[in-house]
Write a protein that binds this ligand. Structure first.
Ligand code: SAH
Ligand code: SF4
Ligand code: F3S
Length: 442
């Protein structure tokens, strides 16, 4: 038998990359690579990258810089870069980083073992960034998702994005939308559940368009219904949803499917109609608000979260005020907010009236400060309520201290026995903070 080797994986970016890194780990484990958290012991280091904003891309180069001494100490060390920067840069990355061995794009994870053996055998440096459109083979074997010992699983339902929001690099680095066959999705989830997974998140750039292009004639609400029927699974979440594709059947799924958790991440990006139009988001402020309201009407416990970009090209004070007003109206539980970052081939990067960095900073601060207050108020509304929590583990060094999530995706901290990890418990909330709730088991 071949000697055991060690793999170290560093993951940046979104849940898609988390899930891909899981596949990379499983794939290489069948070739005798065991994961290690000690980079000095590794025979292969894989960096899974994100290019959604400038900052994320910079992180790639600074991380690769830290790998240089390892390569000098061990010339047999193989360094590979995957993910969105790999897809975007391809061969250019090999030129720019002379000690890099492998560049593999977002559709080429399945080729990684072959690329590794090519490097070992021929001592060559390789780059593979082809897209395989309309080819279901790019979805991995359902057995490769091995989030074992974990309570929470991520399952890919679709890849790519066809929306081309004018600021966004994702359609260029993840390719066209491709949905996965529902039988494979169900098989993968059933496998995870049999290994102890209680909570599942279905992931894709735009899960609401799930089913398009598949011959089975299925849509996302129908897929959710099938997943809801899997025995042993306790909770279902999904992300991300595009507001333009939030259909009535999807909204009613929240009331009808017992495992579907009362939380929706519904990125609005901006509260100004003129900005939304230039962003190519295909919905209006009012359209968004009415869908948000319909969701909130379903249940008082429904949580809404969002992504917001400030300083999009041409964003005026009035446009920004519209965003602030929308935030005031919706009262999100939490938001992720970003300064607009111009990205390579995107349309917005060459739009006139790019907003000054100082003004972006100022708007970001105003937005984040107000949202902190709203998040706190939303969380204080929980005080006195009893909520269901999936116990995930110790919340700090104190072993009696546990933490977990509510169905509405709030982090709850409370005292209890470690033996409760993995169980659903009822917790009475005593205090709400900006980012978490604190309570007692009832
Ligand atoms: N598919 C998801 C999000 C993908 S990227 C969706 O459509 O919601 C995650 C978030 O990054 C986006 O929602 C957006 O708010 C932010 N983002 C994307 N491109 C950006 C850019 N060029 N500058 C700043 N933020 C950006
Ligand atoms: Fe990017 Fe828009 Fe696609 Fe989301 S829907 S990944 S923001 S292009
Ligand atoms: Fe980043 Fe790629 Fe995800 S650009 S946000 S890792 S799809």
């Amino acid at each position: 038998m071949e000697q055991e080797r060690y793999l170290f994986v560093e993951t940046h970016g979104c849940q898609m990359n988390d899930s891909d890194s899981g596949k990379i780990t499983s794939l290489l484990s069948s070739y005798n690579y065991r994961t290690t958290t000690d980079i000095g012991k590794a025979d292969i280091v894989i960096l899974n990258t994100c290019s959604v904003r400038d900052k994320a891309e910079h992180k790639v180069y600074s991380y690769l810089g830290t790998l240089k001494p390892y390569k000098e100490r061990n010339p047999n060390l193989i360094i590979g870069v995957g993910g969105c920067v790999a897809q975007q840069e391809g061969e250019r990355l090999l030129k720019r980083v002379p000690y890099l061995d492998i560049v593999f794009g977002t559709h080429n994870i399945h080729k990684l073992p072959e690329l590794v053996s090519q490097v070992r055998r021929n001592k060559e440096r390789v780059s593979e960034t082809s897209f395989y459109e309309n080819n279901l083979d790019i979805f991995p074997d359902p057995a490769l998702n091995s989030s074992s010992n974990s309570l929470k699983g991520l399952v890919n339902v679709m890849l790519g994005c066809d929306n081309f929001c004018s600021y966004c690099i994702v359609p260029y680095v993840r390719g066209r939308e491709i949905s996965r066959q529902s039988s494979d999705i169900i098989k993968e989830i059933a496998g995870l559940v049999s290994r102890g997974v209680k909570e599942l998140t279905l992931i894709g750039q735009n899960v609401n368009s799930y089913g398009r292009g598949l011959h089975e004639g299925i849509d996302f609400p129908t897929l959710l219904r099938k997943v809801n029927g899997i025995d042993g699974l306790k909770r279902i979440r999904f992300m991300t949803s595009h507001p333009k594709d939030i259909s009535d059947p999807l909204i009613s799924s929240f009331g009808e499917l017992d495992k579907l958790c009362e939380h929706l991440h519904l990125p609005v990006q901006s509260g100004s109609d003129s900005v939304l139009k230039r962003m190519n988001r295909s919905y209006s402020r009012d359209g968004y608000l009415s869908r948000g309201q319909a969701l909130k009407n379903l249940s008082p416990g429904m949580a809404l979260t969002s992504d917001i970009i400030v300083g999009f090209p041409g964003e005026t004070d009035t446009d920004f005020d519209d965003t602030m007003e929308l935030v005031e109206t919706v009262r999100y539980d939490a938001i992720f907010s970003y300064k607009y970052s111009p990205r390579g081939e995107t349309k917005a990067a060459v739009m006139p009236d790019q907003v000054d960095e100082h003004l972006k900073n100022k708007r970001l601060l105003i937005l984040q400060e107000r949202q902190r207050e709203i998040s706190l108020e939303r969380n204080m509304e929980y005080e006195g309520r009893v909520v269901e929590v999936l116990v995930e583990g110790g919340s700090d060094k104190n072993h009696e201290r546990l933490s977990g999530k509510t169905r509405s995706f709030k982090t709850v901290k409370f005292d209890g026995d470690q033996g409760l990890i993995g169980e659903l418990v009822q917790v009475r909330i005593e205090k709400g903070y900006v980012n978490s709730l604190v309570g007692k088991i009832v």
